[in-house]
Design a protein around this ligand. Structure first.
Ligand code: PLP
Length: 602
């Protein structure tokens, strides 16, 4: 492509993008294709000779668009928002044009310097304590842009691990590092993002997943008790990952209680506010951050809820040296003469190469201004509250958890199956997209306000679509309300315990449950009379095929593996018995003496 062609095609592409955004509401939210759809459309071999750009753009529309989930669609209410805006797109184009790889100050000075300034701006905007900000006089703090919140969780764990290991090595110089490592234990709540579990898995430390209160929040007392139990077992608590705005239901761990516990026990407190952190630009939400002064590290993603395109995950630390000491490696070819006067961001994260991500933060903050961004956040919250009010006014729905930000978790007052059916029906309609979560082992549907400029009408349309589908499911299932009662009576007559069935069917659920499901139960009852009774027993279905059996088994394996992993890392009784042998802190001294003696013998 020549420069002239680039000018021409660039303009066409901008037109295409603008048209796409303008007409996005006319598309299905989720694609209607099956895995492997693209393989039949794109040749197996790459072209030997270059092709014209027009064909590329045509094929993009013809082949790629049918397989796209439209995250910017006004009816996309899944996950959390995927930040996007015109200024951000343009900033990323400029970044792509520069094509810089800014791993050190010298590799692209403007990239490092703008990143520091943006972390100062944004840190101030969300009310972070000055100890975290890069330009605080005599301060130790600093900020960095990582690619994702998962990375922020991981590098904070690495920093905490390095710090505690440094101290342990000093205290127990003769104990093998692997043994010390095997005693480290981190904490998070059961609503924390799975990336915390992954961070501990890669970081090779134990994780104890703690219960939350009735509002899905981690409390100080729960943490304190867990720490005490683990210390009694000879483990070494060192890291707590808390969440402000959990992924499942946007609950807020109580930092003001957890912080003092971390301080008393000298634990590294990390705060993951991937989604909700941006809301702190509105002062009215800052009380949710009370206790932040105890944190060692904090992260939030402007690429979720502040109109900045992926990737842009901002992270601050109270002591930048504690982060970089865990990540520094300094080969000669990366050293430069300004090292004593500047920051080299390659020491702040995992990858060496870095994009010019601060550019889009700069463009977005300047284009909207703090007030424009506050308006955007407040509008999302207002619309979520509106949606909550609409659901509450309708007795078929119930709200699960608090609606604090832009996320509403709800279910229909019906069985788990009916709720699953509802979500499947809605998603497969292509008219709206949402994802589920499990709260207190109950299936809930998450509705998140995601689009940049959603209106009251959008919320009304979403409500109408959901309500219509819910009515349909309930109507379908309420045509034979007595059937299930008859079925239960028949079971009781046969002296069979019906509690397990009833547990799946509260009185309202019983009325609303699906006749097909009940018919299956009847069928199953006929087959399994006198046998063990479970509505989920395979005997209730026709005999599954070999493929179905395999997929059932694989699904079960996965569930078992995951729950085993969680158990392994969260239940001390499942730890390696060799580790449990050294459960008592007092054993440490003896242990190091033993090691010293062994070395002498050797
Ligand atoms: N932490 C929280 C609280 C999240 O909600 C999410 C994703 O939604 C993550 C971490 C992971 O984010 P990322 O995709 O940036 O790694």
């Amino acid at each position: 492509m020549t420069r002239g062609e680039f000018r021409e095609h660039g303009k066409n592409t901008i037109e295409y993008i603008a048209d796409y955004m303008e007409n996005i509401h006319k598309r299905r939210v989720v694609p209607q294709i099956e895995p492997g759809y693209l393989k039949d459309l794109i040749p197996n071999e790459p072209p030997a000779k270059g092709e014209g750009y027009e064909r590329l753009l045509d094929d993009f529309e013809k082949f790629i668009m049918p397989g796209v989930t439209h995250w910017q669609h006004p009816r996309f209410h899944a996950y959390f928002p995927a930040g996007n805006s015109w200024p951000s797109i343009l900033a990323d184009m400029l970044s792509d044009a520069l094509g810089c790889v800014g791993f050190s100050w010298a590799a692209c000075p403007a990239m490092t310097e703008l990143e520091m300034i943006m972390l100062e701006w944004f840190g101030k905007m969300i009310g972070l304590p000055k100890e975290f900000l890069p330009f605080t006089e005599n301060g130790m703090g600093g900020g960095v842009i990582q690619a994702s919140a998962s990375e922020c969780n991981f590098v904070s764990l690495l920093a905490a691990r390095f710090e505690v290991m440094k101290e342990l090595r000093h205290r127990f110089p003769f104990v093998e590092e692997g043994l010390l490592l095997s005693k480290l234990i981190a904490y998070c709540s059961k609503e924390a993002h799975s990336s915390v579990e992954k961070a501990c898995m890669i970081g090779m430390v134990k994780l104890r997943i703690l219960e939350t209160d009735s509002r899905f929040r981690l409390r100080g007392e729960t943490l304190r008790n867990a720490i005490q139990e683990d210390r009694n077992l000879g483990l070494i608590p060192f890291f707590v990952s808390t969440t402000l705005g959990t992924t499942s239901c946007c609950s807020f761990d109580v930092l003001s209680e957890i912080g003092p516990v971390c301080q008393e026990n000298e634990l590294w407190l990390h705060v993951d506010a991937a989604y909700a952190g941006s809301a702190m630009i509105c002062p009215e939400f800052r009380p949710l951050m009370n206790g932040i002064e105890y944190a060692m590290s904090f992260n939030t993603n402007p690429n979720k809820w502040m109109l900045v395109n992926f990737d842009c995950s901002t992270m601050w630390v109270r002591d930048r040296f504690k982060l970089t000491q865990a990540l520094v490696v300094d080969p000669l070819y990366l050293q430069h003469s300004w090292m004593d006067k500047s920051i080299d961001y390659r020491h702040w994260g995992i990858p060496l190469s870095r994009r010019f991500r601060s550019l889009k933060l700069w463009f977005v903050i300047r284009s909207y201004g703090v007030e424009g961004l506050q308006k955007y956040i407040r509008e999302h919250v207002r619309l979520a509250k509106k949606f909550e009010t609409m659901l509450r006014a309708d007795p078929i729905f119930e709200i699960v958890g608090d609606v604090i930000m832009g996320l509403v978790c709800f279910r229909i007052r019906a069985s788990e199956e009916a709720n699953q059916q509802l979500l499947t029906k809605l998603n497969s309609s292509g008219r709206i997209h949402m994802v589920p979560a499990s709260l207190n082992d109950r299936f809930v549907i998450r509705f998140c306000v995601c689009a940049e400029n959603p209106t009251d009408k959008d919320i009304q349309i979403a409500y109408d679509i959901i309500s219509q589908a819910a009515q349909h499911i309930i109507h379908e299932t309420s045509t034979e309300p007595l059937l299930e009662d008859q079925y239960l009576e028949a079971l009781e007559e046969k002296g069979i315990d019906t509690t397990s069935v009833l547990n799946h069917h509260s009185p309202t659920r019983r009325r609303m449950s699906n006749p097909n499901f009940i018919a299956k139960l009847w069928r199953g009852f006929e087959i399994s009379e006198g046998g063990p009774l479970s509505p989920y027993s395979p005997t209730f279905e026709k005999q599954p095929s070999k493929e179905e059996l395999m997929s059932m088994r694989n699904g079960k394996d996965l569930a078992t593996k995951r729950s085993f992993l969680v158990r392994m890392v969260s239940d001390p009784k499942c730890y390696n018995p060799k580790i449990v042998r050294h459960l008592n802190m007092a054993n440490y001294r003896k242990m190091s003496q033993d090691v010293a003696r062994d070395r002498t013998i050797m």
